[in-house]
Design a protein around this ligand. Sequence first.
Ligand code: M6R
Length: 605
Amino acid sequence: MCGIIGYTGSEPAKDILINGLKQLEYRGYDSAGIAVLDPNTGFFLKKKTGKVEELAKAAEEEKTDATCGIGHTRWATHGGVTETNAHPHNQGAVTICHNGIIENYKELTSEYGLKNILKSETDTEVVAALLDKFYEGNPYKTIKKVVNLLAGSFALCIMFEDQPGKIFAIRNVSPMVAASFEGGSIIASDLTAVINFSKKYFVVPEYHILTLSESGIEVQDLKGRAVEPEILEVNWDITSAQKGGYPHYMLKEINEQPEAIERTVAPRIQDGLPYLEDDGIDDDLLKNLKDIVIVACGTAMHAGMVGKSIIESKLRIPVTVEIASEFRYKDPIIDEKTLTIVVSQSGETIDTLEALRLSKQKGSKVLSVVNVKGSTIARESDYVLYTHAGPEIAVASTKAYTVQIAAMYILAARLGYVRGVLTEEETKQFMDKLSGVGELMQKTIKASDEIRGIANHIKTAPDVFYIGRGIDYTLSLEASLKLKEISYIHSEAYAAGELKHGTIALISEQVPVIAIATEEHVYSKVISNVREVKSRGAYVILVTNEGKTESSEVCDQQIYIPKVDSVFGVFATAVVLQLIAYYTSDAKGLDVDKPRNLAKSVTVE
Ligand code: M6R
């Protein structure tokens, strides 16, 4: 939540910061601002509510050649969406941008008598005021003193007026990456704003003070010792983080799924068998576990539910799926024989991270399925199975979800193989089918015109129901989340057989029902449930396998996915459901990639 950037170098900073903020905008988009530091004239600040484009327009006229500055795109936590509350915040000789939450800002305000000097309602300005209050010419000493007072999470970029050409930075929990290159240094919340300058970067270590200048970046720990951070190299380029001719990132990312699955699955197959040695996941871990708990939020949790369904049904290992924000405040029944699987695209979701920490405290080994290399969740896990979706920019997750499912399938196959539940032949067949799902998704993507028609039908509905059984029910949950978040249509996902125990009262002519029926062994049961809603007037769209034709007494429209075992059909079904949400949002003229009230990476609890 919130994107921050800092640049110092040989080029004018203003446009670099604004372009960087455009890359980071998916992290929060209530308001945006920049501050540059001119050695002669001091700070120049520009802030605007709304999208970064508004800031870009407002800053166009402003002439400044300053080559050092910081910028911010906000997802409001403390204080409403106003220009005053937008970052950067200035207090005297100090200007800062902040991502995170300072939990004790009220206490600090009263303890240090700051009330009368604060202009905004933010927690951030309190940090700026403290830095200014204690500053006597030594940035390092001041930053150390102030961060020792702070409770909460923070990524801070700081400029001191008498330190031209320098940006200081420090973080706790909230992410930041940094890079130096010929002619300057850059720091940002994530790589999308860095990659234009350098493919080599490092993850800013927690509680270390960085000094960025044109000539490079110095890193010191809080004892003043120089630290050499580990340099990583990114394996995608800036075009992966651009729209590439698509009207929206979401549509681009839906289309990228077959490739993302291939990148995630192919390197993990050796001689036809699942291979996790390069990921450092040893067979003993898989052989000896007694149960599994999968912890995640939102879409990632829905991917976990698909994982549960397959691990339980094929391997007979008990799996529970937990909402991370609930799990972290429970006293979960886990121990050293439990494997905790943490699923996260960003690797920064705070609730998921805290759940991971709790699991480790309880002695459980943690394996994370993460997309962002070097993220906090990846670093804190005992084992990491990276997904290779590439950068996901649309707030609504699509390709990250299907690669998470694919990663769990690989894990399930290896589990089954090493525990002797699946024979070598069965395991090979499983992996072979998994390798083929990209093609099925491609076929489905090509048939998207028909799906666009459905969107036109549901775009005016006040309410949409998704129903299914088994694995299709888990897909319904994700489909419903997707529709809600980008089309603002209220929607519910229901286990098809449960509807009649109360909720069917909500079904009427105005409420379309999207029924998913791809599991052969419960197909006729779902069709019976479909008849129940149809006879109450619902407009029914049935998503099912090729060859399953139903009459108009059962449904009004049918969408087919290629005929395949439902375990592997989930990938194509997911595409159908993603496209329904995408086209509905687009048909309503909404901002598909940046839905209201949301942000891509949820780093507050
Ligand atoms: O980065 P994470 O996978 O940990 O994010 C978890 C959720 O916030 C995320 O999946 C969210 O539900 C989706 N962006 C919604 O499409």
